[in-house]
Design a protein around this ligand. Sequence first.
Ligand code: NA7
Length: 545
Amino acid sequence: MSAVMEAVAKDRQAGLDYDAIVIGAGMSGLYQLIKLRQLGMKARVFEAGTGVGGTWYWNRYPGCRFDSESYSYGYSFDKDLLKEWHWTEHFAPQPETERYLNLVADKYDLRRDIQFQARVKAAQWDEKSRSWTVALEDGSTHKTRFLITAIGALSAPTMPQFPGIADFKGQSFHTGLWPKEKVDFTGKRVAVIGTGASGVQTIQEVAKTAKELVVFQRTPNWCAPLHNGKISAEEMAEIRTRYDQIFKRCEETFSCFLHTPDPRNTFDVSAEEREAFLEKLYSEKGFGIWVGNFKDLLTNRAANDEVSRFIANKIRQRVKNPKVAEMLIPKNHGFGTRRVPLETFYFEVYNQPNVKLVDSKATPIERITPTGIKTSDTEFEFDIIVYATGFDALRGAFDRIEFEGANGVTLKQLWQDGATSLVGMLQTGMPNMFMLLGPHTALGNIPRSIEFNVEWVSELLRYVQAKRITRVEPSQEALEKWMDHVMELAKGLLSMEVDSWMTGVNLNVSGKQKRIVARYTGSAPAYRAWANDMAAAGYAGITLD
Ligand code: NA7
């Protein structure tokens, strides 16, 4: 028997139900389950939904898709799957990604280790048995040596606090909790509240069939064209030959996208050259305009103003009514300092006679009525209200579970002055717990970050099992060093001067109004180097017992 298998057998004798419990069957949970099986560990995944997919299970609102190039988004670890799978669009819509993740679940026969409709309510560490007891909403409890959270970074939907929401007699939906049944907007009077990435995608789609669409916009966002298109069989065959290059490129770029900052500063080039470069970016697919722009876009105010001016002019050219165009141009933040929603004829939607834009800062929503929405100056009637009001980002999914770690201290207590972590994956006081998309991990093109984190956690598990280690906890010192590094990286970023989920501001959640460094803002390669250096030094900064 190998050392790993021996250690696993010993745990079973100690009365544990599982070697590892994974919370969530989204992209990170599925891959983690595959890795745990490869390690010979007895694993269980608890998933709140009725199917796999996580983000791609819950966000089934009309027009939902990712903004990463499809071929840079799928898992890279399974070469056969890469040969087999055909992405039909450069930026695949939600149903396709959900199908893809179901195929992965089928291929690896993952569902037999996943319990669906199993929402985790609490998890409590027991020092004596060095294990976690995981409690589900159905009242059952499950004991495990290791606990792995695969609960996503944008997965705790938030509703606004308007009075009267429950009294609305029509249909209402949050984009992040969309029903499986098709919602038909044909001939309907529809409200969309929120103009973030989800709102923009929803609005584009709903405007096609709704009789009337009223968009309630509190803060306009800088949107740029996605330039999506179909992928033919021949094109896909050609893409398949380049998969190695594609994933190598993602490994080298700043945030794992195919795009990475241009090495030049904005004012290194002449005005004509600058304009031509921005035109080129504006006409190209995907996030190039944001993450492939001049390298000082997000640190130099004058540079940022130049790009903002360029995009503002594009909006003015695309929206016929100059008043509406001005309403759609952000005035309180520069281009790219919040998440840039990518769009397909979004601005043109406001040229349609069936679409109206309401400035809900100037005329705030006062209440939801049984028949619609009452703002400070108008009462609207609607058949459907869509809440595209976002998420309690980054830590929200953690806050919705009662984690109680060593010495009875809860995660909420540890994070009362803001979430912390060591490389986004470990937290002092939470032994044997690994967070796959925890606070201050590298995000960017998320599947690339997921693959790295899952593999890093799995290697750590291989290491501890082989050495018969039963307790893993990062030192406070290592955690503080990482957090100092995270704070340092955020200095001078224009995005830190702006309210958004990226700076921890979520006005729908009480007590979270203060701007904080909620994200790791360095490069993905630097993030990986930090984590890999720790591993190479025998998991330096982590107490293994
Ligand atoms: P976002 O980007 O957080 O957008 C939420 C939108 O909802 C945003 O326009 C908000 O306005 C608006 N909002 C939220 N609460 C209210 C209230 N109470 N009243 C009026 N308007 C409100 O969420 P998304 O789901 O679009 O995107 C989240 C991420 O998921 C996205 O970045 C992708 O990476 C995937 P505000 O700007 O706060 O004034």
